[in-house]
Design a protein around this ligand. Structure first.
Ligand SMILES: CC(C)(COP(=O)(O)OP(=O)(O)OC[C@H]1O[C@@H](n2cnc3c(N)ncnc32)[C@H](O)[C@@H]1OP(=O)(O)O)[C@@H](O)C(=O)NCCC(=O)NCCS
Length: 161
């Protein structure tokens, strides 16, 4: 696997699994019907954003992450990040490898901490984040309408870098 910076022409290979993950409505607090231009803007644009992709051995893009300041001005040293692994390639270690890379590059870029604002409490990713040193600062109860679990909470998770 190779982790590298996003290039504009990568988007067409990200969009199919981005759409699938958001349409499932289980992990992101975005409209499941988000269209392609809005998705591209959400994932790849914005002040200070850095986007990474994972290529598998065949050169296909199997995962992506963004990192950006979670707040502005005097609080811009706290990062936020989002992660997506193509569901067809899940469970093969891409998510953990990408997260380790993102944490290292965010620290090298000068961030002091990383915060996830809305981790759906039923998401198996909670275990991944905890194993990487994140803690749950709190949970917004009853916040997320999950298609299988009903209303569940959203964790705010934090890790110093
Ligand atoms: C969360 C996600 C990034 C994990 O990526 P992945 O490549 O499948 O994860 P990995 O193979 O690196 O596994 C990482 C760990 O999480 C666990 N894990 C991952 N997906 C899991 C699942 N669906 N059920 C149970 N455990 C899971 C694995 O057991 C693994 O533990 P280990 O490293 O101790 O063996 C990926 O499932 C994804 O993109 N999900 C949809 C979007 C999402 O939820 N993003 C995060 C929002 S907070």
């Amino acid at each position: 696997m190779r982790i590298r910076e996003f290039r504009t022409d990568d988007w067409e290979r990200i969009w199919p699994f981005w759409r699938r993950i958001v349409a499932a409505g289980e992990t992101y607090a975005w409209d499941p019907a988000t269209d392609e231009p809005e998705a591209r803007a959400l994932w790849t644009t914005g002040a200070g954003k850095r986007v990474h992709v994972v290529e598998d051995a065949a050169g296909g893009i199997v995962a992506t992450a963004y990192v950006k300041p979670n707040y502005a001005g005097p609080a811009d040293g706290v990062a936020n990040a989002g992660f997506m692994v193509d569901p067809d390639h899940g469970g093969h270690g891409y998510g953990r490898a990408l997260a380790e890379h993102v944490l290292a590059t965010a620290k090298a870029d000068g961030y002091r901490a990383m915060v996830f604002n809305a981790v759906v409490e039923t998401n198996p990713a909670v275990g991944l984040w905890t194993s990487l040193g994140f803690t749950i600062l709190g949970t917004v109860p009853d916040a997320y309408d999950h298609p299988r679990h009903g209303r569940v909470g959203l964790h705010i998770m934090h890790r110093a870098l």
